[in-house]
Design a protein around this ligand. Structure first.
Ligand code: SF4
Ligand code: SF4
Length: 57
């Protein structure tokens, strides 16, 4: 169980600085979440201006 970042991501970086376990990093064209570290808190989803992070439950 983790969140993933869809292609809607505009690489603003807002989610990365808000993630409590710092598992979001800048990737190729979008930010990416380390699924093994993500605790599914939902903070990235509520922070993102374009709704790119979604739960993969
Ligand atoms: Fe980080 Fe929480 Fe988003 Fe997982 S759901 S990437 S722990 S902010
Ligand atoms: Fe991408 Fe949203 Fe994170 Fe910004 S807050 S880097 S748009 S996922």
């Amino acid at each position: 169980m983790a969140y993933i970042i869809t292609d809607e991501c505009i690489s603003c970086g807002a989610c990365a600085s808000e993630c409590p376990v710092s598992c979001i990093t800048e990737g190729d064209g979008k930010y990416v979440i380390d699924a093994d570290a993500c605790i599914s808190c939902g903070t990235c989803a509520s922070t993102c201006p374009v709704g790119a992070p979604v739960s993969n439950d």
